[in-house]
Design a protein around this ligand. Structure first.
Ligand code: SF4
Length: 389
């Protein structure tokens, strides 16, 4: 089920690059996808489905994908894109690519439009784990009286989804907490059905029960990422403090059985993604344990996320790609440019007081982008201590 390829995906698996993804037939699938893109691009019927404001993006995308000029910025199909592209209905495939292109290439071109390519929505900031590399280990973050902890109300989630539907095509249901801890998660998941081209859920799968499995499989979620970093129980529990590997595997097997029995034709990509924090973690062992349970197995390289505020200042001048790629809406509506800054020092406003369009294109966010573009991130805390580029 699984093959090997080196690739880069910048996302919450998490703003780091994959050390390796195993997906056996990637090359063949990539060629097939490229062929399909040419076919759709050259068919006038599919151009009619593209909104006017995206027509020029489609042209750029095609050129950045197929142009052989090495000096150009290249749009490449990652394993993830290829797998998702395959699952997208024919009449939506070009739109899907346009949004992937906005996510991957706009940060390189320092370009934004009215809405972020991806909105990360946090169902809850609580987590039942205390992974050693996570900001959940930061006591001043988890101390309730400091105001960072809470669950998103379903009404806020509903308003948000109603506002962004048909404007933002990718959402990620995760940020600082474990989404399945949210008391409204079943309602939240169900409300995403049919509303997005791509919705991702990151979970540690420790409390993935039958109800939640049904909710995921009948929702708009197109990719589920199960976070796990080890193939043996002891190591797993050392990294994912409070976690039990046997329980997680049992839950994922149950999820697969439910899918097989009740949602046989449901197209969903599943991935196990681990954080590579030490040399003991063995990717081949990971593959042995996980490759029969999920479509993809991946490691992301460790970046010190757990407490950016206590790190030393660095000399990085490269702008942070997240600023052109995504925005986070936390459980209480706070809009933040990233989650490395998990105490929201960079907050750009609050939803619904300010609309998503205004938050994304507003003065506060634009000033931040400007400073990064001018190689002045060293004047901004905590960007001056952060290593994300
Ligand atoms: S702290 Fe600054 S540089 Fe780091 S991820 Fe956030 S916005 Fe980017």
């Amino acid at each position: 089920m699984v093959t090997k390829i080196k690739t880069n995906i910048s996302n919450k698996e998490t703003s780091a690059s994959f050390a390796g993804i195993f997906v056996e037939d990637f090359k063949a699938k990539e060629l097939q996808s490229l062929k399909k893109i040419k076919e759709l691009y050259n068919d006038e019927r599919y151009h009619k489905t593209i909104p006017v404001e995206f027509k020029s993006i489609l042209k750029d995308l095609y050129s950045d994908l197929f142009d052989k000029n090495d000096n150009k910025i290249k749009f490449k199909l990652s394993t993830n894109i290829v797998d998702e592209f395959e699952n997208i209905p024919e009449n939506k495939k070009l739109i899907y690519l346009i949004h992937r292109y906005r996510y991957e290439i706009f940060p390189l071109k320092k370009k934004i439009d009215s809405y972020p390519p991806l909105l990360q929505i946090e169902p809850t900031s609580f987590c039942n784990y205390r992974c050693i590399f996570c900001f959940q280990t930061n006591k001043s973050f988890t101390k309730r009286s400091n105001g960072h902890m809470g669950h998103m109300h379903f009404d806020l989630f509903k308003d948000l989804v109603d506002d962004i539907q048909n404007k933002i095509e990718f959402i990620n249901l995760a940020s600082r907490g474990e989404p399945l801890v949210s008391k409204d998660i079943v309602k939240i998941l169900k409300y995403t059905e049919g509303k997005f081209l791509g919705a991702k859920l990151n979970t540690n799968a420790s409390i993935l029960n039958e109800d939640k499995a049904h909710a995921i499989l009948s929702s708009g979620v197109s990719t589920v990422v199960f976070s796990a970093d080890a193939a043996d129980k002891e190591l797993y529990s050392k990294l994912r403090v409070n976690g039990n590997l046997d329980n997680v595997i049992k839950n994922i097997k149950k999820f697969n059985q439910i899918k097989e029995k009740h949602y046989k034709n449901r197209k969903i990509v599943t991935r196990v993604s681990g954080v590579k924090v030490n040399q003991v973690q063995n990717f081949h062992e990971m593959k042995k344990v996980w490759s029969d349970l999920v479509n993809q197995v991946a490691f992301v390289n460790y970046t010190p996320w757990e407490d950016v505020y206590s790190m030393s200042e660095n000399k990085i001048k490269t702008p942070c790609s997240d600023l052109w790629r995504r925005m986070y809406i936390w459980w209480d509506g706070i809009a933040n440019p990233c989650e490395v800054d998990f105490k929201s020092g960079l907050k750009v406003g609050k939803y619904p007081e300010t609309s998503i369009n205004e938050l994304w294109t507003g003065e506060t966010f634009q000033k931040l982008r400007y400073k990064h573009s001018e190689a002045k991130r060293c004047n901004i805390a905590p960007c001056n201590k952060c290593v994300v580029i």
